[in-house]
Write a protein that binds this ligand. Structure first.
Ligand code: GDP
Length: 485
C-alpha cells in the first residue's frame, strides 16, 4: 500500500465486497474534472490516487484491494464472524479509516441492508469514536431513483445520515458525490500550501529568443534578492528571487543558463534538440503557475509558439508574453506589434504583452511587476453578492442563449467555485441547455469587469437544482457538462 500523501486530505472508500467500491473509485477519478495522478514519490498503486474537483485536491483510497472479507462471510457464527472482520480491519484498514478526512461507506441499493453492512457500520462508528460526520453513506446501484426510492430510504436505519444515491455503472450521481465530498472536506489547511507562499513561474520559448539573457537581466535587477537557498535546496535547478517582499520561484533555470553548450549542438541536430527542449519545458510548466513565453520580436511567430501557448492554456497556467529584442526594432509601435502577436495567438488575448530588451535590461523590471500582478489576479475571489449584481446586468444585456432543445435556459445560480485559476459555475435547470458561446460571453464580461489579467478563466455549466446542499437526483439530472474557455 502507498505511503499516504501527508499533505492532502484523504477520502477512503469502504464497504463490503461487491457493492461497487472499485467502480466508484474509477468513476470518481475518471469524471472529467477529477484529475488523477500517481502519488509522487511512492510506488504505483491501483487503489489510491490524487483527485481534484473544483480546485480542491484530495487523495482517494479504495479499501477494496486492501481488505477482503469474502472468506469470513457465511462461514462462522455471527459473533465469531464479527470478531474476524474486526481483526482483519484492524490489521489492514484501521490506519486509513482513522486518518481519513471522509469515509464513503458504500452499500448496495439492490441488496438492501445485509447483516455484514450493519457489522461494518458498527465497527466504523467504533473506530471513529462515533464521529459519524466523517462518513458519507453512498447507496450504489441506484439505476432508477424513482423505482428504487424505497430501497434507498431503508438505509436510514444505519443511522449514518442521508444516503447519497448513485450508479457507478452508468456514472450518474458522480458529480453530486464529488460536490458533496469537497463540501464536506475540512477547510484547507496551511499545510496543503507551500509554507511561504511562492509565486512559481517558468521561462519558456524557442532556442535563441533570449531566455537566458532575460534570466540574467532579472537576477541583475537592483531590488532583487537572489536567495542563496536556491542552490542548496532539493531543487537546485530553480532560482528563488525576492522582490517587493514576494518570493518568486523561477522553475528549472539551470537548464536555461546551461544552454551555451546547446547552441553549438543545436546546429547539428536542430530538430531533435528542439523537441527535447520543448518537452522539458512542458514538464517544467507543470510545476509553475505562470509561464513567461519569450518571443524574439524580430522573428515570425511560428506554429511552435502557438503550440506552446496551447499547452499553457490547456494546463490552466497563467501567461505573460515577452516580446524580446525590442532594441533591434526601429519603429517601436507597441499597438502594431501587439496586434501582430495576437493575430498568431488569438486564443491568448487576455495575456499581458511586454516589449523589452533583455540585453540592455530596458524594461525588465516590468516583468517582475507583472508576475506579481498576474499571481494576484489568479487568486482573485469575487463575492457572491457582487457576482449576483453582475449576473443581473449580464442577462439584461444578453439573454442566455439556448443550446439544444426547446426550453429557454435560465441561470439559477452563478458562483465562483475556485481560484488559482478562477473557476465559475453557472447553474441552469435540469432539462435546459445553454449554448457554449454564452460561457465565452460570460468569461469576456468577467474580464472586462474584474480584470483577471494573464489568467485563464473557466466557466462550467451545471444542471439541476441543489437540495439541502446537494444536487437533486433523478433521471438525466446528474449530467454535469463542463465548459472550458
Ligand atoms: P535562449 O536560447 O533563449 O536562452 O537565448 P539567449 O539568451 O542565449 O540569447 C540568444 C542570443 O540573443 C544571444 O546572442 C543574446 O545576446 C541575444 N539577445 C538576447 N536578448 C536580446 C535582446 O534583448 N536584444 C538583442 N539585441 N539581443 C538579445
Amino acid at each position: 500500500m502507498n505511503t499516504p500523501n501527508q499533505n492532502l486530505p484523504q477520502v477512503v472508500i469502504f464497504g463490503r465486497t461487491n457493492v461497487g467500491k472499485s467502480t466508484i473509485f474509477n468513476c470518481l477519478t475518471e469524471k472529467q474534472q477529477a484529475i488523477v495522478s500517481d502519488i509522487a514519490g511512492t510506488t504505483r498503486d491501483a487503489n489510491a490516487g490524487v483527485a481534484e474537483w473544483r480546485g480542491r485536491r484530495f487523495e482517494l483510497i479504495d479499501t477494496g484491494g486492501i481488505i477482503n472479507l469474502d472468506n469470513f462471510l457465511g462461514t462462522a457464527g455471527k459473533r465469531e464472524q464479527t470478531d474476524m472482520i474486526q481483526k482483519k480491519i484492524e490489521e489492514q484498514a484501521r490506519l486509513h479509516l482513522e486518518r481519513a478526512a471522509l469515509i464513503l461507506f458504500v452499500v448496495d441499493a439492490k441488496d438492501g441492508i445485509l447483516p455484514v453492512d450493519r457489522q461494518l457500520a458498527n465497527l466504523l462508528k467504533k473506530i471513529l469514536n462515533d464521529h459519524t460526520e466523517r462518513i458519507l453513506l453512498v447507496t450504489n446501484k441506484v439505476d432508477n431513483y424513482r423505482r428504487q426510492k424505497d430501497q434507498v430510504v431503508e438505509f436510514h436505519k444505519l443511522a449514518l445520515g442521508e444516503p447519497i444515491s448513485m450508479s457507478a455503472a452508468t456514472g450518474s450521481g458522480t458529480g453530486d458525490l464529488l460536490d458533496l465530498i469537497v463540501e464536506r472536506l475540512p477547510a484547507e489547511t496551511a499545510s496543503e500550501e507551500p509554507e511561504v507562499e511562492e509565486i512559481k513561474a517558468v521561462i519558456i520559448g524557442k532556442p535563441n529568443v533570449g531566455k537566458s539573457s532575460l534570466l540574467n537581466s532579472l537576477l541583475g535587477e537592483e531590488r532583487v534578492i537572489v536567495s542563496p537557498i536556491a542552490h542548496t535546496t532539493r531543487e537546485p535547478q530553480d532560482t528563488l528571487l525576492i522582490y517587493k517582499d514576494k518570493t518568486i520561484r523561477l522553475i528549472d533555470t539551470a537548464g536555461i543558463s546551461r544552454k551555451g553548450r546547446q547552441v553549438g549542438y543545436k546546429k547539428k541536430h536542430d530538430g531533435q534538440l528542439e523537441k527535447v527542449g520543448i518537452e522539458k519545458s512542458l514538464k517544467s510548466l507543470e510545476k509553475a503557475d505562470i509561464a513567461l513565453l519569450v518571443l524574439d520580436i524580430n522573428d515570425e511567430i511560428t506554429h511552435q509558439d502557438a503550440k506552446i501557448v496551447e499547452e499553457i492554456i490547456e494546463r490552466q497556467k497563467s501567461l505573460i508574453i515577452i516580446g524580446n529584442k525590442w532594441d533591434l526594432i526601429e519603429t517601436k509601435d507597441v499597438k502594431k506589434h501587439t496586434r501582430e502577436i495576437f493575430s498568431h495567438l488569438p486564443f491568448a488575448q487576455w495575456a499581458p504583452v511586454l516589449f523589452l530588451s533583455a540585453k540592455t535590461g530596458a524594461k525588465t523590471k516590468h516583468v517582475l511587476e507583472t508576475i506579481i500582478t498576474v499571481a494576484e489576479q489568479r487568486r482573485k475571489e469575487i463575492s457572491a453578492s457582487v457576482l449576483n449584481t453582475f449576473l443581473m446586468k449580464l442577462v439584461k444585456l444578453h439573454r442566455p442563449t439556448r443550446g439544444k432543445g426547446t426550453v429557454n435556459p435560465r441561470i439559477r445560480r452563478f458562483e465562483q467555485c475556485g481560484v488559482n485559476p478562477p473557476v465559475f459555475e453557472v447553474r441552469i435547470g435540469a432539462k435546459e441547455n445553454l449554448d457554449k458561446s454564452y460561457t465565452h460571453f460570460i468569461a469576456n464580461r468577467l474580464r472586462e469587469k474584474f480584470g483577471f489579467s494573464g489568467t485563464p478563466i473557466r466557466v462550467w455549466i451545471t444542471k439541476g437544482r441543489k437540495i439541502h446542499g446537494r444536487q437533486e437526483h433523478g433521471r438525466g439530472e446528474t449530467d454535469i457538462m463542463d465548459e472550458e474557455i
